[in-house]
Design a protein around this ligand. Structure first.
Ligand SMILES: Cc1cc2nc3c(=O)[nH]c(=O)nc-3n(C[C@H](O)[C@H](O)[C@H](O)COP(=O)(O)OP(=O)(O)OC[C@H]3O[C@@H](n4cnc5c(N)ncnc54)[C@H](O)[C@@H]3O)c2cc1C
Length: 410
């Protein structure tokens, strides 16, 4: 059910609120803060608290969960007003992976405990999905969760876990039943990270950063009420969560490391070409126009997919957006290098444009691997969007404990 409010009244209300609360000082404070990848700064948290308390953060959500039960069209009025003054924090009912997954599938006690903190970014999260022997084939996970009374005891290893060092909880998939086929024995949890049974070891990336980690789970304790969905129904919860993740990756991407040339958007590329005195080059102009068009088309496609998405469901169209964004990022990085020519070979802080070109070339792989590789997105699109025959899966119907592999054991 949606709340009845006139569009004009709503627009006036949000404008009024923004004019009273979104002050130049707050905007300046947020702009000046050093970027953090997985945690919100105190100023960001203060702003988000205001937005959530005023019920602008998730306007499509029910009123009992900080929302206004508004229609998609009316929520967009709010988003447009926030965007007009460049204020962040609304639209979390579309993009907040953690909060949306919890709202759709969580038990009441866990929602009560965490949803507010997730919207206000005072609770930090990570994804405990991939394992050394299970990445693209996530259903092959071997981390186990065994029920003991009101708790699950978790043992296993995760890898490529972004943000694990700062996370309060990890969205964890673990096997709770080894006697059924692989997709049917998986459960989905919010696993507390700050406990003795969780050891996080950082990994070094090709960009010289260290965002992801190995996570070793040794008798880690997860309360039973932290399970999302039913025991053994974790695959369905996972697919919903993955669709949210893909939609976010299909919509946005990280900008430059230094912010010196305005990130990976198409317009900064035009500025770069102008600075390099190459904006008259007809071949380059054509490539710039093509890249800008791809970005625009992709954002329209993602918006269309989201408009069809009810809370707690997933859409394979999200895979199309993520795959397209992956291609766009590689193409933009290539174009950046082409614009700079030999200068792109330079290294060091005196050459920020070259540093950005190199960083963005390497970082483009983030989107083409993380959240499911390009090849996996193509499989999903082939099977679920185009209706092509499914890939053969020889282990799909046999009990997981009988699946022959080279790793681990039950
Ligand atoms: C920047 C980044 C951040 C990440 N963050 C997280 C995180 O926070 N949490 C988390 O759990 N994981 C995370 N990951 C892991 C990511 O989800 C996996 O790397 C990805 O799913 C691929 O798994 P894999 O590395 O095991 O590769 P593999 O599955 O071993 O794949 C190797 C190659 O084989 C191809 N391939 C495999 N199966 C098929 C198939 N059926 N058809 C066609 N080609 C196939 C793949 O496309 C790939 O090219 C992150 C990865 C990156 C790059």
């Amino acid at each position: 059910m949606t709340t009845s409010v006139n569009d004009e009244t709503l627009r006036e209300e949000v404008r009024q609120w923004l004019s009273e609360n979104w002050t130049p000082e707050i905007a300046e404070e947020l702009r000046n803060e050093a970027p953090t990848h997985y945690t919100a700064s105190p100023a960001q948290q203060r702003w988000l608290t205001k937005v959530v308390d005023a019920r602008w953060a998730a306007p499509r959500w029910p009123e009992e969960w900080f929302g206004r039960a508004l229609s998609n069209d009316q929520a967009k009025i709010i988003e447009r007003e926030f965007a007009r003054v460049k204020a962040p924090g609304t639209g979390q009912d579309r993009i907040n992976l953690w909060a949306n997954t919890l709202l759709a599938q969580g038990q009441p006690g866990l929602k009560e405990k965490l949803i507010e903190g997730l919207l206000k970014s005072s609770v930090n999260m990570c994804l405990l999905y991939s394992e050394p022997g299970a990445g693209s084939d996530l259903a092959g996970i071997r981390t186990r969760a065994d029920k003991q009374g009101d708790e699950y005891i978790v043992n296993g290893q995760k890898v490529w876990t972004s943000g694990a060092t700062t996370a309060d909880y990890g969205m964890l998939i673990a096997r709770t039943d080894w006697d059924v086929p692989k997709h049917d024995g998986i459960s989905f949890f919010f696993c507390p990270m700050k406990q003795e049974g969780v050891e996080v070891r950082p990994l070094r990336q090709i960009t010289d950063e260290s965002h992801f980690n190995e996570v070793f789970l040794t008798n880690a304790v997860v309360p039973a009420e932290n399970m999302l969905g039913k025991p053994g129904a974790g695959w369905k919860v996972l697919n919903t969560a993955l669709a949210y993740e893909r939609s976010v990756m299909g919509e946005a991407a990280r900008g430059s490391r230094h912010g010196s040339t305005g990130g990976a958007e198409a317009q900064p590329l035009i500025a770069l070409a102008r600075d390099a005195g190459r904006l008259d080059d007809p071949h380059l102009r054509q490539q710039l126009a093509q890249t800008i068009s791809y970005r625009r088309l992709n954002s329209l496609n993602t918006a269309r997919a989201k408009a069809d998405l009810a809370q707690g469901t997933s859409s394979s169209i999200m895979s199309l957006g993520k795959l397209a964004m992956s291609r766009i990022l590689h193409e933009e990085a290539r174009l950046r290098t082409e614009i700079l020519g030999a200068e792109s070979l330079l290294e060091g802080q005196e050459y920020p444009a070259a540093e950005d070109a190199n960083f963005l070339s390497l970082n483009a792989y983030f989107t083409s691997i993380g959240g499911g590789t390009d090849q996996i997105q193509r499989n999903i699109i082939g099977e679920r969007v185009l209706g092509l025959p499914k890939e053969p899966e020889v282990d799909k119907t046999i009990a997981f404990k009988d699946v022959k592999t080279g790793v681990g054991s039950t």
